[in-house]
Design a binder for this molecule. Structure first.
Ligand SMILES: Nc1nc2c(c(=O)[nH]1)N[C@@H](CNc1ccc(C(=O)N[C@@H](CCC(=O)N[C@@H](CCC(=O)N[C@@H](CCC(=O)O)C(=O)O)C(=O)O)C(=O)O)cc1)CN2
Ligand code: MET
Ligand SMILES: [Zn+2]
Length: 787
């Protein structure tokens, strides 16, 4: 029997939990409110119940530091902008506290129509304003609303949310540790319309607002506050480092009664280590999944009283942990620092994993036994804490179970496919190169396709209406047979193809009605993946995904999209794009096995997609789009690691796209991409046409393509599909003119920013009609000018 290491108990913290509810209660409540089917009181009531359930669950599992203010109606960065009164003037008067309608206008934009719900409440903001820009939260598939700040920005306390939620928990009997997005990360994520202005310079003006929030939290009884500064995982310039010193110096001085747990996550402290260790905070959280190696140095250098929060359970993936191995690493740290100065936690907030694997009745039991979702991860943490506090013997059975799982997964026949390994070994450099350079391919494609100047197209999906989802759900449950489901999808597809033809689009798509999700749909047809029913993870606002679980070698048993493409092609004489998701995106939007390198998994997927590309070509497809929406998101946070990633990511794309003839036009699509840094790699993908998101940033992104002489064709999005607003002909014409200032007309395509699946037909119809009008108007002008 092992003897206890130390006398006290090791506290467990969670940093943050999923907000959406085990059955997507938040989505239902939000969408019902937005559509006017329910009122604000009903929405807020659901939210309060979700928070209470989260606190109760964590309390019952034995969590010492339960977070509050980790909940959000839409996004925690938006919450923070609202908290400090950073509400751009287009959203209304800059005084008083920010109401629900203003909040949602910032999140989603508004049409300017006022919908009246069954209770007679008006649900809109009247203004007709665009949403804030939205972009990826570090390297995750979670999106945040980008705060907009200006020179001379005034801040004010405009929301008491953190204090309200602290008190709400207290009233229920939970003493929580409130979470705030730290002021420095908030400013680094913000943007200014004035390119010469760095929002980080506003730190001195921002701190008093945070100070006031901390003071009110203290007055309400809070003693600890978690400040999230994931910017610590980035390479920071001197100005940002100074801002961190200023911020945490200010809090220590002005609010000595509040103890701050400063969290870093999504990476190691790297070059910020000495800075982080020098800050006058009470605690420091480390991500020991992404950066295991930092533990020894930090332990060696941390001042004796600093509480170290050890992020040892993966908050970004779903595999059960090797608890015995973790204890081997943790026990010496505990011996050294004692229980008063160590906590254990997930590596980051549990926002990025599903809630409870026990909800998955249909999962293959073998695979299911390998998995830990949020609830199970908390269980792993309490097991570790018990072992650390009372000795391994106190949790002998649970450790034995963990050991058994580790061994079983390693040995499982499900994981290994010799044919896949052999095929990968046979990949040659020629397989990653098109036969001819772009200039030659372009001529061959031009002859085959004879497209007009500024060809119009869309990105692939058309509205996934409630009807479409219902039909698929009914099919899944067996209430609709496969013939009836297929007939339904055919009908949707046919109507959509005909409509595109009618309004004069040049290159058509089939609409993706048969797909639940652009990654899940492919994963479901590939070997090596498992799926959940309820494993939803928030992507943005009320939009969630169920990332497939990639547990084994990936192979494609049969064609995945050819039949639907063939059907769509039969309905029109215009070019019909084949529509695929690329290997890097399938990888990045899945929970991926951790027993082989990501580069290997990526190549396996690339070979599967390569077969599909070739099958589409053989069926007659002249254009094939391979979406790589997540290629930028997968970029490591620190530039030193970029090249290694880009090398295999680009190679994977080329491996899947290069097996075709010159005359076959390969398209790719990317959204939310900050391309400036990686434009050379984007060019190296060598897609004949790329469509990108640019409308919210008003073509700013095109800069990179111009400066680096991007050689191939480009469709910079002219229509922000994330907002219900219908863009006007004038607006899109202006964006196209801006694009034409920078790139040649022969290089320019006209398309929306992204797929239209989240929009309603009522929005899509006028928007695309306007888009075609903008393109044809400009085409006419260009033709005249050429006369
Ligand atoms: N994986 C992924 N990541 C991405 C994107 C993406 O498309 N996929 N796009 C970017 C933006 N992110 C997005 C993420 C999700 C959605 C989205 O639309 N999600 C849908 C769910 C999509 C889905 O899986 N649909 C399934 C299940 C639909 C469903 O909820 N069915 C109901 C029943 C149907 C009903 O009665 O309405 C049920 O299961 O209970 C289907 O269509 O089959 C949603 O939250 O509403 C859009 C964009 C970046 N990241
Ligand atoms: C998130 S990128 C989406 C690409 C996909 N083809 C669609 O149109 O929905
Ligand atoms: Zn997209």
């Amino acid at each position: 029997m092992t003897s206890p290491i130390i006398a006290g108990t090791v506290p467990v913290s969670t940093l943050g939990t999923p907000r959406i509810g085990p059955r997507r209660e938040l989505k239902a409540a939000l969408e019902s409110y937005w559509s006017g089917r329910s009122d604000a009181a009903a929405l807020l009531d659901t939210c309060a119940r979700l928070r209470a359930a989260n606190w109760a669950r964590q309390a019952s599992l034995g969590i010492a530091n339960i977070p509050s203010n980790d909940f959000s109606l839409y996004d925690h960065v938006l919450d923070t902008a609202v908290m400090v009164g950073a509400v751009p003037s287009v959203y209304g008067a800059n005084e008083g506290s920010v109401g629900l309608d203003t909040y949602f206008a910032m999140a989603r934009g508004s049409t300017g129509d006022v919908a009246t719900c069954a209770h007679g409440h008006a649900h809109d903001n009247g203004a007709g304003v665009p949403a804030l820009e939205m972009t990826k939260w570090f390297d995750t598939n979670y999106h945040f609303m980008v705060p907009e700040l200006e020179r001379g920005q005034r801040f004010r306390l405009a929301s008491s949310k953190p204090v309200d939620e602290y008190r709400e928990a207290a009233a229920l009997g939970y003493r929580t540790r409130p979470v705030l997005l730290g002021p420095v990360t908030f400013l680094t994520l913000a943007k200014s319309r004035d390119p010469g202005f760095d929002p980080v310079s506003l730190i001195g003006d921002l701190l008093p607002i945070y100070g006031e929030v901390l003071r009110r939290l203290a007055a309400s009884g809070a003693t600890w506050v978690q400040m999230d500064e994931p910017c610590l995982a980035l390479d920071l310039n001197a100005v940002t480092q100074a801002a961190l010193r200023e911020a945490y110096g200010f809090f220590a001085h002005a609010l000595p009664q509040i103890q701050i747990m400063l969290t870093s996550y999504f990476g190691g402290l790297g070059g910020n280590r000495d800075l982080a260790l020098s800050l006058p905070v009470a605690g420091l959280h480390l991500d020991l999944i992404r950066a295991q190696d930092q533990l020894d140095d930090v332990v060696a250098q941390a001042r004796p009283g600093l509480v170290l929060s050890l992020g040892v359970i993966d908050g970004r993936n779903i595999w059960r942990a090797d608890l015995s191995r973790l204890l081997d690493r943790l026990e010496p740290v505990l011996r050294r620092r004692g229980t008063d100065h160590v906590e254990i936690a997930p590596s980051c907030s549990l926002l990025h994993v599903p809630i409870d694997v026990e909800q998955e009745a249909d999962l293959d039991p073998e695979v299911k036994n390998w998995l830990a979702f949020a609830v199970q991860k908390i269980g792993e943490l309490t097991t570790l804490a018990t072992a650390l506090s009372y000795g391994r013997a106190a949790v002998e059975e649970r450790l034995a179970a963990s050991d058994a799982v580790v061994a079983a997964r390693k040995a499982s026949a499900k994981v290994h496919n010799a044919a896949v390994t052999a095929r990968l070994a046979g990949v040659t450099p020629e397989m990653t190169r098109r036969a001819s350079p772009f200039a030659e391919r372009r001529l061959a494609q031009g002859r085959r396709l004879s497209l007009p100047l500024l060809p119009t197209t869309t990105i692939g999906s058309f509205p996934q209406t409630g009807e479409v989802r219902k039909a698929r759900a009914a099919y899944g449950k067996g209430a609709l047979d496969s013939a009836a489901y297929e007939a339904f999808v055919k009908e949707e597809t046919a109507r959509t193809v005909r409509w595109q033809d009618e309004i004069g689009l040049d290159v058509l798509v089939h609409g993706e009605f048969e797909r639940n999700d652009m990654v899940q749909y492919f994963a479901e047809q590939l070997d090596g993946f498992a799926f959940t029913k309820h494993g939803w993870v928030q992507s943005y606002g009320s939009r969630y995904v169920r990332p497939p679980i990639l547990f084994g070698d990936v192979a494609r048993p049969r064609p995945m999209t050819v039949a639907w493409w063939r059907y769509a092609r039969s309905l029109t004489d215009k070019p019909m794009k084949g529509m695929l998701t690329g290997p890097v995106t399938i990888l990045n939007w899945s929970f991926v096995r951790d027993d082989v390198a990501r580069s290997t998994v990526s190549r396996q997927i690339a070979l599967a997609i390569r077969d599909e590309v070739q099958d589409l070509q053989a069926a007659g497809a002249a254009m094939i789009q391979i979406d790589e929406a997540a290629i930028r998101e997968g970029l490591p946070l620190r530039p030193a690691e970029w090249q290694a990633y880009l090398d295999w990511a680009v190679e994977s794309f080329r491996l899947c796209a290069s097996g075709v003839k010159d005359e076959t036009q390969i398209h790719t699509h990317m959204c939310y991409s900050e391309f400036n840094d990686i434009i050379v790699s984007i060019a190296a993908m060598d897609a004949d046409v790329i469509s990108i998101e640019t409308s919210r940033s008003k073509m700013e992104l095109l800069g990179a393509f111009v400066e680096d002489h991007y050689p191939n064709e480009i469709g910079p999005g002219v229509y922000d599909i994330h907002s219900p607003r219908v863009p006007s002909v004038e607006e899109m014409t202006e964006l196209l003119e801006r694009a034409l200032d920078r790139i040649a007309p022969e290089q320019l395509w006209v398309n929306p920013d992204c797929g239209l699946k989240t929009r309603r037909w009522e929005e899509v119809r006028p928007a695309l009609v306007n888009m075609v009008a903008a393109a044809t108007g400009l085409r006419r002008r260009l033709a005249k000018a050429a006369e």
